[in-house]
Design a protein around this ligand. Structure first.
Ligand code: E4P
Length: 214
């Protein structure tokens, strides 16, 4: 399973890249707004740090506006993947992007039928939001299971990118279900590596190592 980092914070992206833990980056308007910087400047800088798919979202909601933004994003860097909303207009733009050779990440997916439409439109990635479904008293991971099954049934090439990840259990469940990618906040990436028994065991090894004759 590929790991993307879900942030627009360059310090977090640099640190995760330094540790060799990430294969790509996802951003969205809410994440970029937190930086106080221009979206284009943030994406350009990310492209210098990470050599992998970098999702940059369109802000328009009509087809012509989305396509104008998609074409502009595609010119920024070969690694930019255009993020389009899962609406009828967004699906139409997804199909056009596919025809033009631009990779897409269809976002805000909350149902298996939406994911089926995105695959039929030729999306490179589908982003089901598991955390927001959990927040609404549904089980987000049921959706991942359904999408993985449907895509396998028909051999769709669209990659399942588990989004809205809130904790390490989401990551483990995504991997068990065979999702292609998980996009993970920096804090959760850190949590993945932690276990209290690792800390206790390491402290004991260091302590005992002092007894080894030198
Ligand atoms: C990433 O592509 C999504 O925009 C992001 O994972 C959404 O996460 P949130 O539900 O925590 O805002």
């Amino acid at each position: 399973m590929k790991f993307f980092i879900d942030t627009a914070d360059l310090n977090e992206i640099r640190e995760a890249a330094r540790l060799g833990l990430i294969d790509g980056v996802t951003t969205n308007p809410s994440l970029v707004a937190k930086t106080g910087r221009k979206y284009l400047d943030v994406v350009r800088e990310i492209c210098e740090v990470v050599d992998g798919p970098i999702s940059a979202e369109v802000l328009s909601t009509d087809y012509d506006g989305m396509m104008a933004e998609a074409r502009a994003w595609a010119k920024v860097h070969r690694n930019v993947v255009v993020k389009l909303p899962l609406t009828l207009e967004g699906l139409r733009a997804t199909r056009t992007c596919k025809q033009e050779g631009t990779r897409t990440n269809v976002t805000l997916c909350f149902s298996a039928n939406q994911a089926l439409l995105a695959a039929k439109a030729g999306a490179s990635f589908i982003s089901p939001f598991v955390g927001r479904l959990d927040d609404a008293s549904e089980d987000g991971m049921n959706l991942i299971e359904d999408i993985v099954t449907i895509y396998k049934n028909y051999g769709f090439k669209t990659e399942v990118l588990v989004a809205s990840v809130r904790h390490p259990v989401h990551v483990m469940q995504a991997a068990l279900l065979g999702a292609d990618v998980c996009t993970i906040p920096y804090k959760v990436i850190e949590q993945l590596a932690k276990h209290p028994l690792t800390d206790v065991g390491l402290a004991k090894f260091i302590e005992d190592s002092k007894k080894i004759p030198r």
